[in-house]
Design a protein around this ligand. Structure first.
Ligand SMILES: [Zn+2]
Length: 123
């Protein structure tokens, strides 16, 4: 449950940070006309906030990877919990779940599935 929540948060993290910055831009734009020093303050908070968000993202990814490695070490899929793991590239440590098709590398990082473009239909 907690791992699932952490996984969703990690995967949506970039979009969430982008949303926060977009909202900050909107607020800063409004304050240009009302109280210009607030815009300047928001600018500097945003710039130094990048360091904070980058560090937070690193911590989230690291915790998720450690959690995934612990489950992979037990032979369980971190995504669905099935014991149906198989090695994709022998020696590279990449694991694929036979039940949900999720892939993880040796460090526990989830590998985004490649979605192939559909072939154009020839008339
Ligand atoms: Zn699975």
């Amino acid at each position: 449950m907690l791992l699932k929540l952490l996984r969703q948060l990690t995967r949506a993290y970039g979009y969430a940070v982008f949303g926060i910055y977009l909202a900050a831009f909107g607020i800063a734009f409004l304050f240009v006309f009302i109280f210009p020093p607030a815009t300047l303050a928001l600018l500097f908070i945003s710039i130094f906030g990048l360091l904070f968000f980058n560090a937070l993202g690193f911590v989230l990814r690291t915790v998720e990877r450690r959690w995934n490695r612990a489950r992979l070490g037990k032979g369980l899929c971190p995504e669905c919990g099935a014991a149906a793991l198989s090695s994709v590239v022998v020696g590279a440590g990449e694991m694929r779940c036979g039940a949900c098709d999720a892939r993880h590398d040796a460090q526990g990082t989830w590998i985004k599935p490649v979605v192939h473009e559909p072939e154009p239909v020839q008339a």
